[in-house]
Design a protein around this ligand. Structure first.
Ligand SMILES: *Cc1c(COP(=O)(O)O)cnc(C)c1O
Length: 391
């Protein structure tokens, strides 16, 4: 959880204000130094693991290049994402195709460019892979329940029941592919660490039964993402995640772990970005209304889509904040002519009472799932721009 007072007394905050002061709003400012710090921390906490950055979290080239330099691999979901990463000089043996929803032609595209690791969760997709990416390594994504404890759940749409995963891995072998492992994603911003326990137990069951029944020896577990970034809701420290996950793996696999892969997105880049916006209007809906509406020059269609259902609650700082300053509840909304473009209405942020048109509002921890999620021009507003500070 971010402590606002601590955050804005950090020397980095001054540097950020200097950098962003003259930028036109709205925009997102990325601090690459933090990306580096996050990567090194993950690597230190999970020394036995290999990392595939989930590029969708923030495909900014400076971030991808920096992570490549630090030794990260990449989890890619589409042809344009692949081409962008290859254009940066990253070799295809550092890439896995983690999207289970793809066309046969997409599989061929990846294979032609040298990618040899593919995720799947269905028979039809597996057939496409066998036909268009012969001999490749296959891992099967299993369904895990995560809808109540993850702030941005990824359940239902991806993965299959472990019984089906079992069948798919046999089918992979029979189609001449190489059965490699199991993957899962416990839900993004997963605040319940026990979710990894259940998923690892299911994985262990598949490893054992496939070896015993079919002599198929799986060697890899891809645990996806799910590690938290810092928003207003409390989370355990990443070191707690590391300690618990190590314990779950040891319980199930003893001291000979399979290859362990993580695909961090949010936890690597979330707290590296600050979205800078400006107050367009402050108003009330009747003469005695208690709550002010604060309208900003950015909203759900321009970087803040994860406010959908008020799922992600970003820490907010304003240019009017001062120690002991008077604050009151507001409803925060974006600038477009769509009534869905309300950021927070149930959850009431308290902002300074003297907040005025032209003041700046800073959304902290907006480095993940923001810029690349913006509409191309709803109501004519161009997609939000990203700027990268010097590291
Ligand atoms: C989005 C995604 C990730 C990243 O998840 P985070 O919770 O942002 O770390 C990892 N793996 C896959 C397959 C994904 O779709």
């Amino acid at each position: 959880m971010i402590n606002r007072a601590e955050y804005i007394t950090d020397p980095e905050w001054e540097r950020f204000l200097d950098f962003s002061g003259n930028l036109e709003t709205p925009c997102i400012v990325i601090n690459p130094h933090r990306v580096k710090k996050n990567y090194i921390r993950l690597r230190d906490l999970f020394p036995y693991a290999v990392f595939y950055y989930a590029v969708k979290a923030n495909p900014e080239k400076a971030i991808v290049s920096l992570l490549a330099e630090l030794g990260s691999n990449f989890d890619i979901a589409s042809r344009p994402e692949l081409d962008m990463v290859l254009d940066l000089g990253i070799s295809p043996d550092r890439i896995s195709y983690g999207n289970t929803i793809k066309k046969a032609a997409d599989v061929a595209w990846f294979y032609e460019r040298g990618v040899r690791i593919f995720a799947t969760d269905s028979r039809e997709d597996l057939k496409h892979i066998a036909q268009n990416a012969p001999g490749s390594r296959i891992y099967v994504r299993i369904l895990v329940e995560n809808s109540t404890t993850a702030d941005w759940p990824l359940s239902r749409k991806f993965g299959c029941h472990p019984d089906m995963a079992y069948d798919l891995l046999i089918m992979a072998r029979d189609l001449g592919l190489s059965p490699y492992g199991i993957s899962f994603h416990v839900g993004s911003q997963q605040r319940d660490i026990c979710q990894w326990d259940d998923a690892i137990a299911k994985t262990k069951y598949l490893f054992s039964s496939l070896e015993e029944d079919e002599d198929i020896k799986l060697t890899m577990i891809n645990m996806g993402g799910g590690f938290p970034s810092s928003y207003t809701q409390p989370t355990n420290d990443l070191s707690e995640y590391a300690a618990e996950i190590y314990r779950y793996l040891s319980d199930d696999f003893g001291d000979s772990f399979p290859h362990i892969v993580f695909e961090p997105g949010r936890s690597l880049v979330g707290n590296c970005g600050i979205l800078v916006s400006e107050v367009v209007l402050v108003s009330r809906k009747n003469n005695t209304a208690l709550n002010r509406w604060v309208y900003l020059d950015t909203g759900r269609f321009n970087g803040l889509i994860e406010t959908l259902d008020e799922s992600i609650k970003y820490p907010i700082v304003t240019s009017k904040d001062c120690p002991g300053g008077k604050e009151a509840e507001v409803i925060l909304a974006g600038p477009t002519c769509d009534s869905m473009d309300i950021l927070y209405e149930d959850y009431k942020y308290r902002l300074p009472v003297d907040l005025k048109i032209g003041d700046r509002i800073y959304f902290l921890s907006t480095g993940a799932y923001t810029a690349s999620y913006a509409s191309v021009g709803f109501n004519g507003f161009p997609p939000i721009k990203t700027y990268v500070m010097d590291s």
